[in-house]
Design a binder for this molecule. Structure first.
Ligand SMILES: Cc1cc2nc3c(=O)[nH]c(=O)nc-3n(C[C@H](O)[C@H](O)[C@H](O)COP(=O)(O)OP(=O)(O)OC[C@H]3O[C@@H](n4cnc5c(N)ncnc54)[C@H](O)[C@@H]3O)c2cc1C
Length: 470
């Protein structure tokens, strides 16, 4: 509990209008996009500057109050659930583009900026910020950095980490550090920028970021390859890459996902096939035409029953928008939707998809699978109902088997959604006891009193999707 005196102190830092203290107001910030994790914060604060963040941290440090930084709460690992109470820190006022530097090809932003707003703003200047999580309409740059989010363009352009050049961050002791900068080359000491990327708000609070931009690709083409056999789709993925083509997008949807997406988006997607690949290439026109033609040939050779190239930019947009809506579409099927992101080397995609289907059958649960095939990053998604305790047991057991299988195939428990509370019980499976010890040492060095997003990443007692009410 936070005393009235401390609440007064917080209010004098951010202004009463930027404090949420009511039961109903705090309830909104007791959960995020992750199903069935909930815990009430004691207070919610929306600072307007780095200086205000520093002052808040200083009060929290002295009084050992947990701080949970929060962008839009769209994470899927219960990363912003304030499991030990304390403060939820909102960045809604710190959402400016501070500078677009066309000479150095960088953009400097505040953490609360919405991802899509950044992408659209730099596109107007002929520049390209590639990381495009499907949630980009709502997610913030601070959240993207802290989860190291990926997206549909990850295969060719990489993930958020590949675009973070410098950070300003407030440490748990209230000090402000600046890491990296606009430099294309910088090897001065440990790479603290990249250490903070993906650290899920557990090491520092990001208050500013300098991001890399690249020139906007000249053109883009989109195609859809339809399959009656998942193996054929997986073979096409491997053969495209083996032919030294790196498409901008190479996405996989299985039949149940396809059906849900078509029901949701109504754009005339075929629903009578086993799988589809959504493929995009961008770049100079002649390269795009050549690559699309070659990929169409490969898909047909590997058994695609049909290959359709989008006739117009609007048709292409409709296809990618429909793919981005996959989670929302599947969420309409049952009261609860659990989406995971087990990732394998792309050569193991077919084995992983088959294993997911076998595991679903063994545990008698429904699992639909879609994802970034080019990255080996799959999203097995289970439409379920948390009120059915028996089914939830089986769902949890099925996902544990899926993570186990991913690791057996040389993969990982999360490709882009992070650990948070959801994957904490499985982290050691991936990185081993020594890896855990090193990570705990880093956490202790940054945050000895564990006030920054406590209960995340290292929590070992949250095996089940528990509601943690306070
Ligand atoms: C429909 C849907 C589609 C999605 N698609 C994708 C996808 O394609 N790819 C993908 O990678 N993810 C995806 N996600 C997951 C999610 O959107 C991303 O993880 C996103 O980056 C979270 O951004 P956010 O602003 O909502 O962050 P939040 O959920 O608010 O926070 C995420 C983490 O970042 C920390 N954090 C936030 N701001 C700061 C800060 N300023 N300083 C320090 N720590 C901070 C939080 O403490 C938390 O640990 C999807 C989610 C949904 C609901």
């Amino acid at each position: 509990m936070i005393s009235d005196m401390l609440k007064e102190a917080f209010s004098s830092i951010v202004g009463q209008e930027n404090v949420i203290d009511s039961q109903a107001g705090r309830l909104v910030y007791s959960y995020d996009a992750t199903p069935n994790y909930q815990s009430m914060p004691d207070i919610v604060l929306a600072p307007r500057s780095t200086q205000e963040v520093v002052e808040i941290v200083n009060v929290c440090r002295e009084n050992k109050i947990p701080i949970v930084p929060r962008g839009s709460g769209s994470n899927l690992c219960a990363g912003t659930v304030p499991v030990q109470g304390g403060i939820v820190l909102l960045f809604k006022h710190m959402n400016e583009i501070l500078e677009v530097d066309e000479e150095n090809l960088t953009v400097t932003v505040q953490p609360g900026l919405i991802t899509q707003d950044l992408i659209q703003a730099v596109e107007k200047q002929g520049l390209f910020y590639p990381p495009d999580p499907s949630s980009m309409k709502i997610s913030t740059i601070g959240g993207n950095i802290s989860e190291n989010s990926g997206g549909l363009r990850g295969l060719k352009y990489g993930v958020t980490a590949d675009y973070v050049m410098g950070l300003e961050a407030v440490l748990a002791n209230g000090e402000v550090i600046r890491t990296g900068g606009k430099l294309a080359k910088d090897v001065a000491g440990y790479n603290l920028t990249q250490l903070l990327v993906g650290s899920e708000g557990t090491l520092a609070i990001v208050t500013e970021a300098t991001l890399k931009l690249i020139p906007m690709p000249e053109t883009k083409k989109t195609m859809l390859a339809l399959y009656q056999n998942i193996d054929a789709a997986a073979r096409s993925v491997s053969k495209i890459i083996a032919n030294k083509i790196i498409p901008a997008t190479l996405e996989f949807l299985d039949q149940p996902t396809l059906k849900a997406v078509e029901d949701f988006s109504q754009i005339g997607l075929p629903t009578d096939v086993e799988a589809v690949l959504l493929i995009e290439q961008d770049g100079p026109a002649e390269v795009v035409v050549r690559d699309i033609e070659k990929m169409a040939t490969i898909c047909k050779e590997e058994g695609a029953v049909s290959v359709q190239i989008a006739a117009s930019q609007q048709e292409a947009e409709a296809l990618t928008t429909a793919r981005r809506a996959a989670l929302s579409a599947l969420a309409r099927l049952k009261p609860t939707t659990i989406l995971e992101d087990a990732t394998v080397p792309r050569s193991e995609i077919a084995n992983m998809v088959k294993a997911i289907n076998e595991i679903a059958e063994r545990h008698q649960v429904d699992i639909c699978t879609f994802g970034h095939a080019g990255d080996g990053n799959l999203h097995p998604t289970c439409p379920t109902d948390v009120r059915d305790a028996d089914e939830m047991e089986r769902v949890e057991a099925a996902f544990a088997d899926i993570f186990d299988k991913a690791i057996e195939l040389g993969g990982t428990i999360t490709g882009e959604h992070g650990i948070g509370m959801v994957k904490a019980p499985y982290l050691e499976w991936k990185i081993g006891a020594q890896g855990m010890a090193v990570m705990k040492g880093i956490k202790h060095a940054f945050d000895p009193d564990s006030i920054l997003n406590p209960g995340k990443v290292f929590t070992e007692n949250v095996r089940k999707r528990l509601v943690v009410a306070k």
